[in-house]
Design a protein. Structure first.
Length: 456
C-alpha cells in the first residue's frame, strides 16, 4: 500500500528487519512540504532472502520505489500525481512438494494423501527440483493521478488516470512425474515438464465520477454517476515442453541440471497470444435513507468489451484471429437497518458476468463463448459494543454461476456452455481491543461448494 504525501508535514521513516534464511528487509520514506499547498513523498524498499519457503536454490529479491506529489490549494480541490516501480526475481522458483507413493516415502506425512496412495514425504521438504538458471520475475511501473473537487451544493467530482507497464517471465519446471526405481536411479526419480512463459503488458485507464449528497422528498440521498474507459495491450509467449524434455533427477539427491536453451524442446505448446482489449463502462449508484436507521442501496453497470485476439503458432507461423464483443449489464440492490444502537442488519442481491476463462489468455475457441452469468445472495449483521472496542460480524451467502464450460452430453468430444456451479456458507468474526497496544481477532467460516451441472 503506497503512502500519500501529507501537506505541512516533514517526516522521515525507516525500517530494518533481519530474519531466518538470511532474510533482510529494509525500507525508508520521506515526506517534505514544498509550499503551504504542496507536499512530496518518496519511499523505497528492498528485500533479499535465501528462500522465503526455506527450500534449496531459491534466492529471492524484491525492490520498490514510489514517489508522489500532492497539491491542495483549498479544502475543496486536490491533485495527486504518483509513480510506482516494483521488481522481483525468484531463482529456481519453488513449485511445491511433489507427492510420491507411500512405500517410497522415508517420512510420510498425513497432511496430504491421495486416493491413489500418494503422500507428502517430509524428507523432501526442502528439495527444489528446478533446473539451474530457472526463475520467475517481474518489472512493473505505474503512473497515476487523481483529481478531487468539491463543487458545492453537495456535488463532487473525481477523475482518475492510470498508466501501467509490466514485463514478466516464468521459466521453471512446472510439474514432476514419479518414476519407479531403475538401474540408473535406484532411489526413484522424477521426470519434469518445463515452461517458458513471458508477458509484455501495457494498460491505461481513465475514470470519472460525479457524486451528489442531497435530499429526495426530505430524505438524505447519495448518488453517483461515472464513466470509465481502458485499453490493454497484452502479448504472451507461452512455451511448454513435455515431461520427457528434461533429464531425470534423483528424488533424494537431485543433480543440478542446466536450464534448457533454444526452442526445440517446446513440442507441447509454442504459441504467442497477442490481445488488444478495449472496455468502456457506465455505472451509477444510489443510497437512499428511508429513515435515519433504514438505508436502501442500489447500483447498475453497463460494459462494452471489445477484444482483438491473434494466436500465432510459433513453429509454423499459422495465425488464428477472433474479435468478439460483449455488452453485459449487471446490477445490485441491498438494504441496511440499524435494529438497535450498535447492531446493524443487512441484505444484498448482486448479479455479475465473467468470461469462461481469462479473457487475455483464453484460447480462440473459448473467446467465442458468451459470458457466464452469476448471482449472489447475502445477509448478515454487525454488532459494535464496549465503547467501540469490540465488534462481531456475521454473514450467510449463496453464490451461483451459470453457463460454465461442460461436455456436450451427445458428443463428449465437444465443449459447450451450460454447466452450473454454486457455493454457500456462513462466517462469523470478532475483534476485541482491550488496550491501544493489544488487538485480538478471530473467526470461523463454513463453505459448501459444488458443480450442480457438469459433464467431464
Amino acid at each position: 500500500v503506497t503512502r500519500k504525501p501529507v501537506i505541512g508535514e516533514r517526516r522521515l521513516d525507516a525500517l530494518l528487519s533481519v530474519g531466518s534464511f538470511d532474510t533482510v528487509f529494509g525500507a525508508g520514506g520521506v515526506n517534505l512540504p514544498v509550499t503551504a499547498t504542496i507536499a512530496v513523498r518518496a519511499d523505497a524498499s528492498y528485500q533479499r532472502s535465501d528462500s522465503l519457503y526455506d527450500v534449496e536454490n531459491n534466492d529471492t529479491f524484491s525492490a520498490g520505489l514510489t514517489a508522489s506529489a500532492l497539491w491542495r490549494p483549498s479544502e475543496r480541490l486536490s491533485l495527486l500525481v504518483a509513480v510506482d516501480h516494483f521488481e522481483d526475481r525468484y531463482d529456481a522458483t519453488y513449485q511445491g512438494l511433489p507427492l510420491i507413493p507411500t512405500r517410497f516415502a522415508l517420512r510420510p506425512s498425513d497432511a496430504v494423501r491421495s486416493d491413489a496412495g500418494l503422500v507428502a514425504d517430509r524428507a523432501l521438504r526442502r528439495r527444489n527440483y528446478n533446473p539451474d538458471g530457472a526463475y520467475s520475475g517481474s518489472d512493473e511501473t505505474t503512473v497515476r493521478s487523481r483529481l478531487d473537487w468539491v463543487a458545492g451544493g453537495g456535488w463532487t467530482v473525481a477523475v482518475d488516470l492510470t498508466g501501467y507497464a509490466a514485463d514478466r517471465a516464468f521459466l521453471l519446471a512446472d510439474s514432476q512425474a514419479f518414476v519407479a526405481p531403475t538401474a540408473s536411479f535406484p532411489n526413484v526419480s522424477f521426470r519434469q515438464s518445463y515452461q517458458d512463459f513471458r508477458h509484455d503488458h501495457r494498460f491505461w485507464n481513465a475514470r470519472g465520477v460525479v457524486g451528489h449528497d442531497g435530499q429526495v422528498a426530505g430524505r438524505r440521498n447519495r448518488f453517483s454517476l461515472g464513466v470509465e474507459h481502458n485499453d490493454t495491450d497484452f502479448v504472451s509467449l507461452r512455451q511448454q515442453a513435455p515431461v520427457t524434455a528434461l533429464p531425470a533427477v534423483d528424488v533424494r539427491r537431485p543433480a543440478v541440471i542446466a536450464r534448457p536453451r533454444g526452442t526445440a524442446i517446446f513440442t507441447t505448446t509454442n504459441v504467442t497470444f497477442d490481445s488488444r482489449l478495449k472496455q468502456t463502462s457506465v455505472f451509477a449508484e444510489d443510497a437512499l435513507n428511508l429513515t435515519t436507521r433504514w438505508l436502501l442501496v442500489g447500483g447498475v453497470r453497463w460494459d462494452h468489451v471489445a477484444l482483438d485476439r491473434a494466436t500465432t503458432q510459433n513453429a509454423t507461423g499459422a495465425v488464428d484471429r477472433n474479435s468478439p464483443t460483449f455488452d453485459p449489464v449487471s446490477w445490485r440492490a441491498g438494504t441496511t437497518w440499524e435494529a438497535v444502537p450498535g447492531v446493524t442488519l443487512y441484505a444484498q442481491y448482486t448479479t455479475a458476468v465473467s468470461p469462461v476463462s481469462s479473457i487475455l489468455l483464453a484460447s480462440i475457441a473459448n473467446s467465442r463463448f458468451r459470458l457466464t452469468t452469476g448471482r449472489a445472495y447475502e445477509a448478515g449483521f454487525k454488532a459494535i459494543g464496549w465503547n467501540g472496542r469490540a465488534s462481531v460480524t456475521g454473514a450467510a451467502y449463496r453464490i451461483e454461476q451459470e453457463d460454465i464450460l461442460t461436455r456436450d452430453p451427445t458428443n463428449p468430444a465437444l465443449t459447450v456452455q451450460g454447466g452450473r456451479l454454486s457455493s454457500q456458507g456462513a462466517e462469523v468474526s470478532a475483534v476485541v481491543t482491550p488496550t491501544k497496544a493489544l488487538r485480538l481477532s478471530g473467526g470461523v467460516s463454513y463453505t459448501d461448494a459444488q458443480f450442480d451441472e457438469l459433464s467431464e
